[in-house]
Design a binder for this molecule. Structure first.
Ligand code: ATP
Ligand code: MG
Ligand code: MG
Length: 525
């Protein structure tokens, strides 16, 4: 029900909805879904399911075997399910290859398309300059014969493409005889070797939209120039009309949202995979600790704006923090790098545990954990190195203590503290986390923190984006955690006091450490 409120306040509406609304989300199975795709999927879902009680189609736009894979298709289905989007029907552009072939023959026979063996560079140049191809006036018979060569994937066929005869010099370059069919000999993940040529998106999309009964086609604004071309195909082939509705792409700073570029990051081993916590994929942001609820909320707040803005990650993570803060159990960790051993001279003679709330503000409802107390504690070097002789400090959730001895310096290895529980915790300047070395055994954790993948805020089209890859986008420390973390499961979200929020990537067990991923909170670093 999320978008309906936002939708109403944005005054979103479609025209001509009396006879029902059919929208479609048309991903190409050439990568995992990123958060930009999610915006497109959620808008289509909103119109179809919430505002007009219509139909949402999921259509795989699968006409380029060079880029597409079953793995991607499967992941898209799973991810949509995960975010709660339920398409009423799933289809494939490749289901329509025979029909599209017939439509292309019709285009050729009616003089609306021709075969062109002009090489790519020349074709681009001619289109830029508005020069007609030398093949533009070939006869229908010649064109049909070449189209059959293309269908067979022959040598002649491979040299050719079919172009729509729209215009040579229309000021809108998208109208300058776009390519509608090209050869590809790679096996297709669904149709195998049946086809050696495939329609382009420009040609297939309007036809399949019309055939599948789509009433409203939502597209990002970078396609606006191609709307007249889409219309031209519907008119020329006398197909049912489809309304176009444009919305803005979503962009983020220090981020690429293009499957082609994301594929490169994966293939080059710059990230661990499509679900790497640094990736802007649905899987990546989840693994980084974004909840589905916060993700949906954030995207719907963007609404249907047509202004392309490059967003900061601050609000994205701040909306997540609001969601996780009230429910994240509190735990404690101490860095194993230069850990300081503290002896409490007047501490409890016997190590023991006490039950404490896991989430103090939630009381009983948040459950309890066991906190160990003894004469022997460990503390973070970073904290202790600021201590002064005879200073009164606070051991968090215990009470005050006076620093009696700092045994060696740089780094400090040992200190002596004298408990001073009557002291006022409000009056101390330093409040530190600590762990008792007994009675329960402390549990080691790999604690990861991640940064942006790119060093430049706004990557421009002309930038060689590979030059701006952040080589230090991850860091790891080994920390000891309180014994309660032994019960954590994958995907649990916790707070390590004074250190931040973390998602459990791998639970502790079988001699392996707990693996925690730091969750950004929206504060700028
Ligand atoms: P990519 O460059 O990531 O492959 P695409 O547009 O080529 O993007 P498709 O699989 O064709 O990828 O996209 C499916 C739908 O998602 C399309 O309707 C497309 O317009 C939309 N979409 C893609 N990227 C974004 C984005 N950054 N913001 C909003 N919508 C997007
Ligand atoms: Mg696309
Ligand atoms: Mg793209």
């Amino acid at each position: 029900a999320g978008l309906s409120k936002a939708g109403a306040s944005y005054n979103m509406a479609l025209q001509d909805v009396e006879k029902g609304v059919v929208t479609r989300f048309p991903p190409e199975p050439s990568g995992y879904l990123h958060i930009g795709h999610l915006k497109a999927a959620m808008l289509n879902d909103y119109f179809a399911h919430e505002l007009y009680k219509g139909t949402l189609l999921l259509r795989f736009d699968d006409t380029n075997p060079s880029k597409e894979k079953q793995e991607y298709e499967d992941s898209i289905i799973e991810d949509l399910k995960l975010v709660g989007i339920k398409p009423d029907k799933t289809s494939y552009t490749s289901d329509h290859l025979e029909v599209l072939y017939q439509y292309c023959i019709r285009m050729i026979k009616e003089g609306h398309a021709y075969a062109d063996d002009t090489d790519q560079d020349t074709m681009r140049d001619e289109r830029m300059k508005g020069i007609a191809s030398k093949n533009r006036s070939k006869s229908v018979e010649e064109n049909l014969a070449i189209f059959e060569e293309m269908k067979a994937g022959s040598e002649i066929g491979l040299k050719n493409a079919i172009r729509a005869k729209m215009s040579v010099d229309n000021p809108n370059k998208a109208m300058r005889d776009p390519v509608i069919y090209r050869c590809n000999l790679l096996p297709h993940h669904r149709t195998g070797e049946t086809w050696k040529m495939y329609p382009t998106y420009d040609f297939a999309c309007p036809i399949v939209d019309a055939l599948e009964g789509v009433t409203h086609a939502l597209r990002t604004t970078e396609y606006t120039d191609r709307n007249p071309q889409y219309q031209w195909f519907l008119d020329t082939l006398k197909l049912r009309q489809v309304h176009m509705w444009d919305f803005a792409r979503m962009n983020f700073i220090r981020t690429v949202l293009s499957k082609r570029k994301l594929t490169k990051l994966v293939d080059a081993g710059i990230v661990w995979g499509w679900d790497d916590p640094r990736m802007p994929t649905i899987r990546g942001v989840r693994r980084h600790g974004m909840t589905i609820g916060a993700l949906r909320d954030f995207i719907l707040k963007q609404g249907p704006s047509r202004n392309i803005v490059t967003m900061d990650w601050t609000n994205f993570w701040a909306s997540n923090k609001k969601e996780i803060d009230p429910i994240a159990p509190r735990h404690t960790a101490v860095d194993t790098k230069d850990t300081v051993k503290a002896t409490i001279t007047n501490g409890p003679t016997e190590a023991h545990t006490e039950d404490k709330f896991k989430i103090p503000k939630a009381g009983d409802a948040g459950g309890k954990k066991k906190v160990g107390y003894s004469k022997h504690l460990i503390l973070d070097q970073e904290d202790v190195k600021l201590f002064k002789q005879d200073e009164e400090i606070t051991l968090m959730n215990w009470g005050n203590a006076i620093v009696r001895k700092i045994i060696s310096s740089n780094p400090i290895t040992d200190i002596e503290l004298e408990l001073h529980l009557e002291g006022d915790v409000k009056k101390t300047e330093k409040k530190v986390t600590w762990l008792s070395t007994g009675p329960a055994e402390l549990i080691p954790a790999e604690v990861w923190e991640f940064d942006h993948l790119f060093t430049k805020d706004k990557l421009e089209e002309e930038d060689n984006w590979e030059d701006f890859v952040n080589k230090e986008s991850s860091s790891k420390t080994i920390q000891l955690c309180d014994a309660n973390v032994a019960d954590l499961k994958e995907d649990d979200i916790i707070q390590l006091e004074r250190k931040g929020y973390f998602r459990v990537d791998k639970p502790a067990g079988d001699g392996k450490p707990l693996v925690l991923f730091g969750i950004p909170t929206g504060k700028t670093k």
